[in-house]
Design a protein around this ligand. Sequence first.
Ligand SMILES: [Zn+2]
Length: 442
Amino acid sequence: MLRIHPKIDFSANCPSDHTGLELEGICIPNLHCLVEATCPTCNAQYYIDLPIGQAIWSPVTLNKSTSEIFEPLEMDWFSQPLRDGLLNQEKSEILPIVHKFFNSDRIIIINCLDFLYGHSLLKLLNVQRHLDESPDLGCCVMVPTQLKHLVPEGVAEIWELPIPIKDGKKWYPSLAKWINEQCQQRKECFLSKVYSHPSHQVYDLDRFVRGLPDISSEVTNYSPIILFSYRADRTWGKTVRQQQANLQNLYGKLSSIFPDMLFVLVGFGQENYIQPSGAKLVDLRSNKFDVELDRLWMAYMKAADCAVGVHGSNMLLPSGLAKSTIELVYTSRLGNSVQDFLFGQHLKDPRDALLYYRMLYGNDVLSDIHPSTIASSIANIVSFARVNSAWFKVGQETSEMKFDMHQKLLKQGKNHFSNPEKRSFINRTIRKLAHSVITLID
Ligand SMILES: [Zn+2]
């Protein structure tokens, strides 16, 4: 963490003449935590990123009058919105809604604002570290409204900013002024470093995901529970229509392998309809955020034997809550591999990570990932991962083979793999051609 009041523990040089800058004060107008500074040699004035979140890697220095950016790594996705924000400052007064639990004159500010949902959520996971390691400081957690219900217990204050997550990059002068006033009222203030990718060893999702509805009566009679984390803006297939065909196909194949399955759809987008013609289907998708619906989604994620979805921030909570995860990865997203996985604290043996977390690699529209590939991957995990995990532990944690595997799932998985769909060469070729034609048409 970084002290910002009464003294700022930071120094920087002028990007033009390398003179040590004179620091003037803190400015937190959005996701960036900036310091204002002036060069005593050339008199240039700057906003400089403090080493917080992404700025640990690619801090931005912004000339106040020319808006010139100094950022040698050229991470434009991070620096350009800061410049745009400075040039188009929000005129309306936006202030946090303060939810105070106790007074504290020594605080740590955890700024979870961002313009991407996943980034905000990952920043929030840093709160636990401060609760546990710095109990003498009051945690003040700044979150957009959509994440307020995930702030863990024990914090001093929640600063709920009533803005959509995507607006976390806008420049709010009213917010910067308000935060400075908050700091002036305290004896000492720190900033959390809000590491972008905290390890699962420093957070326990159960402390963030709380107050879920009881869905036991909805799920008791079904096994396995397969959850698809849907998003209409990032599809499995070239179009939403193709995604619908893929999902319908996947649901049908899984229904034949696991007749007692519960297939759950969560996520944003309701552009298409899945015909409930096989095992039990629950469609909880929506076009807008609702906190109670979000809790219901999380309850199903927690109950799921396997969560499936296209790479992205939509996979963070499903991967952290479900017993296993299968992710479909676009070629263009390979550079961000694993960034959207959350792991359970119980995961210690790397073999368990490989058993329970799978990535299926596809082209840039995922049209080459066939539903039967995913169905077999799901069957492999659901039927065999637990027994393999238990077998791997013999000789380590135990000397006997112990596992509480659902015998029916094991049998259904064995049936699937020992009786592959019997198709003639001509039949297989026709199906492959049909899949290609649908892809081309879409
Ligand atoms: Zn200078």
